[in-house]
Design a protein around this ligand. Structure first.
Ligand SMILES: O=C(O)CCC(=O)C(=O)O
Length: 403
C-alpha cells in the first residue's frame, strides 16, 4: 500500500487512527457540545429572485450574509438529476482502484488538477481525515483536458455541473451586489476574468471521530462558496463562539461568504469559520465550488462602502497576493475559536486600527469636506501602501499559485 491516500488506509479496517491524525486535547471536535437544530442557518427560496419578490429575497440574503455568513438555497435552478449525477460520479471516483486514483495524485497546491489528502500535506503538522480531488473549472476549455477520464462520463458530467453552478453563482453575485447597494453587475465586473474551482471531498468512516477532523475550522479564502453535501451530517459553522451542525436538507445548496466578499463589503458580510467532522459509521462526500476573482484582480472595500462611519478596514491587494499568504502562512489553517480568527490570512491585509495611517485617514476625510469620503480614504490607502509602508516592508512578489 502506498499510504498516500487515506481512503485505502481507512478501508483496511484500522481500529485506531494513526498518531498523525490525533489532535491535542484542547483542539478536538468536542462533539457533545455541538448545537444540532433544523434551522441552523437560514433557508432562502431563490424562486422569488425572478419576480416581484426580488427585493424581499435580496433582503433575506443580506441579513444572512451579515448575521450568519452562511445560508441554504432551494429553487436554485439545478435539477435533482444533475445533483444525483455529480454525487454519483464523485462516489464512483473514490471507489476506483488506488492505482487509478493515484494517476492524479499531487501534493503541490499550485497544480490545477490534483488528488490529495488532508489539507496541505506540505505544511501541516496534524493530518485531517479527508481525501480530495480538486479541479480548476473555469474557463472549462482550459482545464477539462487535465481532469480524470475515469469514470468514463467524469468530464462530461462534471463540466455540465460546473456550468450550471456558475449560472447560480452569477445570479447570487448579482443579488449580493444589490444587497450592498452596489450596481447589480458590480461584483461580476470587479473580479476580472473570474475563477472557479471545485473539490470533491471524501471523508471515510473514522474509528475515532472524537480525536480528529475531516477538516479543521477555517474560512474560505475565495469570494463565495457553493457547497453540495450528501445525506451524511458533518458540516459545522461557528456562531457566537459555539459550533452548530448544518444537517443536510436534500436538494439544497449551502452558500457561504468567503474572505474576498468580506473585504468587498468592508466587513459588513462575514466569512465565518466552519469545519467538517467525521463519524465512525458512514463515509461522507461534499462538493464545494469555490468561486474566485482572477489572480490579478485588485480587491479592497469599494468607495461606495466607505464613509466617515465606516473607514476602509482593508488595504487594496491582489487576489494572487492574498492566496499566496493563505497557503504560505507559518501556522496551519486550523482555527478552533474566535480568538484564533485573529491569525487568519485576511488579518494581514487590514489597515491597523489604531495606527497613524488609520487615524490620519479618518482625519483627512473629516477635515476636508470638499473631498469625496470614499475616494479620499482610497487615495490615502494607496499612498500609505504603495509609497509608505510598502516601501519599508517590501511587499512579496505575486507569484502564480493555484487560485
Ligand atoms: O465538507 C464540508 O462540509 C465542508 C467542506 C469545506 O469546508 C471545504 O472543502 O473547504
Amino acid at each position: 500500500m502506498s499510504n498516500l491516500l487515506l481512503a485505502d488506509l481507512a478501508a483496511s479496517g484500522v481500529k485506531q487512527i494513526p498518531s498523525g491524525y490525533i489532535r491535542p486535547i484542547t483542539d478536538r471536535p468536542n462533539l457533545s457540545d455541538v448545537q444540532i437544530s433544523h434551522d441552523s442557518i437560514p433557508l432562502i427560496d431563490l424562486h422569488g429572485l425572478n419576480g416581484p419578490s426580488r427585493s424581499l429575497v435580496i433582503k433575506q440574503i443580506s441579513q444572512a450574509c451579515e448575521n450568519d455568513g452562511f445560508f441554504q438555497v432551494k429553487n436554485h435552478g439545478i435539477s435533482e438529476e444533475m445533483i444525483g449525477k455529480i454525487m454519483n460520479i464523485a462516489r464512483q471516483f473514490f471507489k476506483l482502484p488506488e492505482s487509478e486514483r493515484l494517476k492524479t495524485y499531487s501534493d503541490d497546491p499550485t497544480k490545477t488538477t490534483r488528488l490529495s489528502t488532508s489539507f496541505n500535506v506540505n505544511s501541516e503538522k496534524i493530518s485531517s481525515w479527508r481525501d480530495f480531488l480538486r479541479l480548476h473549472c473555469y474557463p472549462l476549455e482550459d482545464y477539462m483536458h487535465e481532469w480524470p477520464c475515469n469514470p468514463p462520463s467524469f468530464r462530461r458530467d462534471v463540466a455540465e455541473y460546473c456550468t450550471s453552478i456558475r449560472g447560480l453563482v452569477l445570479r447570487v453575485l448579482e443579488a449580493i451586489s444589490e444587497s450592498l447597494g452596489l450596481e447589480r453587475d458590480y461584483i461580476d465586473k470587479k473580479i476580472g476574468k473570474h475563477g472557479q474551482h471545485m473539490a470533491m471531498n471524501y471523508y471515510p468512516p473514522c474509528p475515532q471521530p472524537e480525536l480528529t477532523y475531516g477538516l479543521p475550522g477555517h474560512t474560505d479564502p475565495n469570494l463565495i462558496t457553493i457547497l453540495l453535501q450528501d445525506e451524511v451530517p458533518g458540516l459545522q459553522v461557528l456562531r457566537d463562539g459555539k459550533w452548530i451542525a448544518v444537517n443536510p436538507v436534500p436538494n439544497t445548496f449551502i452558500i457561504n461568504i468567503g474572505d474576498q466578499m468580506q473585504v468587498l463589503s468592508n466587513d459588513r458580510y462575514k466569512s465565518v469559520l466552519h469545519r467538517a467532522v467525521v463519524n465512525s459509521e458512514k463515509e461522507r462526500i461534499s462538493i464545494p465550488t469555490f468561486y474566485c476573482p482572477s489572480q490579478d484582480t485588485v480587491i479592497g472595500p469599494p468607495e461606495e462602502m466607505v464613509d466617515d462611519d465606516h473607514p476602509a478596514v482593508y488595504r487594496d491587494f491582489t487576489y494572487g497576493e492574498y492566496y499566496e499568504k493563505f497557503w504560505n502562512r507559518d501556522e496551519e489553517p486550523r482555527r478552533s475559536g474566535e480568538d484564533d480568527a485573529q491569525l487568519m490570512a485576511r488579518e494581514f491585509f487590514k489597515l491597523p486600527e489604531n495606527s497613524d495611517e488609520h487615524r490620519r485617514s479618518i482625519r483627512l476625510v473629516t477635515e476636508n469636506g470638499q473631498l469625496k469620503t470614499g475616494s479620499t480614504c482610497r487615495a490615502f490607502n494607496e499612498i500609505i501602501w504603495n509609497g509608505g509602508l510598502a516601501a519599508a516592508k517590501s511587499r512579496p512578489e505575486v507569484s502564480n499559485p493555484a487560485a
